[in-house]
Design a protein around this ligand. Structure first.
Ligand code: RFL
Length: 394
């Protein structure tokens, strides 16, 4: 079987690449290990930056987002017992869109498979890449029903299989560099069946540890609690979770938290990596497959979309017009935004975790940084710009 492009992984990155290729009439197939139902309900990210929404809309990929996303214009910090509203939209004229990842993935699958007639194979097993440094690479996988191995001949492979995928490892170790950072911190990521207690994102910077509230919908809210790395979610029964959220998000005049059933509880280690370069022969990595940023600054899905726009356009330009410029420049263009967002996430991680570090000197400088956001217009403008994401190039 022959396809021009094989896309491995049907997350936001892979589905966006697939859609761009379909729009350009480039023959492709998307391979996904999970089922359609699973990917359409996997709860993860929720924040999409305005430039990414605009770019999705321009390509006819915004789906139901314009009707269903919530537009956010403010976030709130809580520290030293007080609330500090940060009206970023007033400073930048830009917003955050809150649109849960499963809804985005559902829209993208529907557009790719049902509207644009794209080929997508769910439940594939044991995906392997071969002959990437020739101009005739192949991808093989085991068919879920028969167990038999299938071979796809192609011109290009888009590695969009996320942090636990296999495409990254197809680049020989001596030809890639992986930069890693481990913050030595974890977050208990929670989903609760409650409306948010405040209409915006909350960041609690507290001596007991960071706590966050991220609204997802009128019915479901995400919360985060800093915890020791490797902690067991079973150590966090219902009562302890709510008591800790109440303590860490306490502030004068703040409305009480709406408490309710917890429907997801998992521990995420705050670690990050970047693979360089993001290309090897005919393989191009996009999204979490090439770089992971912990959900500290809500950047991961935005980076996945940025990669997908660049890579989809570059592949289409090469296949339809022989223009290799986009593919040659893909890795460098992606990595500029990746490193910019990694740097911001590190900066924010220092703020979130500094007060609870046990080091009084670091706690003092952390509070100074926080106060500066609310006393220096220059500091506020710089924070707002990075929080909302670089608009340049898209
Ligand atoms: P994905 O979404 O992980 O998709 C990869 C797909 O590939 C499949 N797969 C394979 N398919 C074929 N062969 C293989 N060998 C395969 N191995 C895996 C997987 O099943 C999957 O369907 O990667 P992609 O497309 O790069 O998208 C990245 C984003 O999903 C990720 O960065 C965000 O979810 C990160 N993130 C957040 N990002 C934001 O921008 N804003 C947020 O508010 C935000 N919150 C979050 C987050 C991630 C979280 N978790 C669980 C890590 C909150 C959480 C809790």
């Amino acid at each position: 079987e022959r396809r021009t492009v094989v896309v491995v992984g049907a997350g936001p990155a892979g589905l966006t690449v697939g859609n761009i290729l379909r729009a350009a009439s480039v023959d492709c197939v998307v391979l996904e290990t999970e089922s359609r139902q699973f990917i359409e309900t996997r709860a993860r990210a929720g924040v999409i930056e305005e430039w990414a929404v605009r770019e999705l809309a321009r390509r006819g990929l915004a789906g139901r987002l314009p009707e269903r996303a919530e537009l956010h214009s403010t976030c709130e910090f809580r520290f030293a017992g007080e609330r500090y509203r940060f009206p970023y939209a007033e400073l930048t004229d830009r917003h955050h869109y809150v649109y849960p990842q499963p809804l985005l993935v559902t829209d993208l699958v529907r557009e790719y498979a049902d509207v644009r007639g794209g080929d997508i194979r769910f439940g594939v097993r044991d995906v392997r890449l071969h002959d990437l440094d020739t101009d005739r690479p192949t991808v093989s996988y085991r068919c879920p029903r028969t167990g038999e191995r299938r071979l796809l001949h192609c011109d290009f492979v888009a590695g969009c299989d996320g942090a636990r995928g296999v495409t990254r490892d197809a680049i020989p170790e001596e030809q890639r560099r992986t930069a890693r950072q481990d913050d030595g911190i974890a977050w208990l990521a929670l989903l609760a069946e409650v409306p948010p207690s405040t209409d915006c994102v909350l960041f609690g910077v507290h001596p007991r540890g960071f706590a966050g509230q991220m609204p997802r919908s009128p019915e479901v809210t995400r919360f985060y609690l800093q915890c020791p790395p490797g902690d067991d979610p079973e150590n966090w029964p219902h009562e302890r979770v709510w008591a800790e959220l109440r303590a860490r998000l306490a502030a004068a005049g703040a409305p009480a938290l709406t408490e309710g059933r917890l429907i997801e509880k998992r521990v995420l280690d705050m670690h990050h990596y970047v693979v360089e370069p993001l290309a090897h022969g005919r393989l191009f990595l996009a999204g979490d497959a090439g770089h992971l940023v912990a959900p500290i600054a809500a950047k991961g899905m935005n980076l996945a979309l940025h990669d997908a726009f660049l890579l989809g356009d570059a592949l289409a330009a090469y296949v339809t017009g022989g223009d290799a410029g986009g593919l040659d420049g893909y890795s460098a263009a992606s990595l500029r935004r990746v490193w910019d967002y990694q740097e911001f996430s590190q900066w924010l991680s220092d703020i979130y975790h500094g007060v609870a570090s046990g080091d009084p000197f670091r706690a003092g400088t952390t509070l100074a940084r926080l106060r500066r956001l609310f006393s220096s217009p220059a500091a506020a403008a710089a924070f707002a710009e990075q929080y909302l994401g670089t608009a340049a190039s898209y």
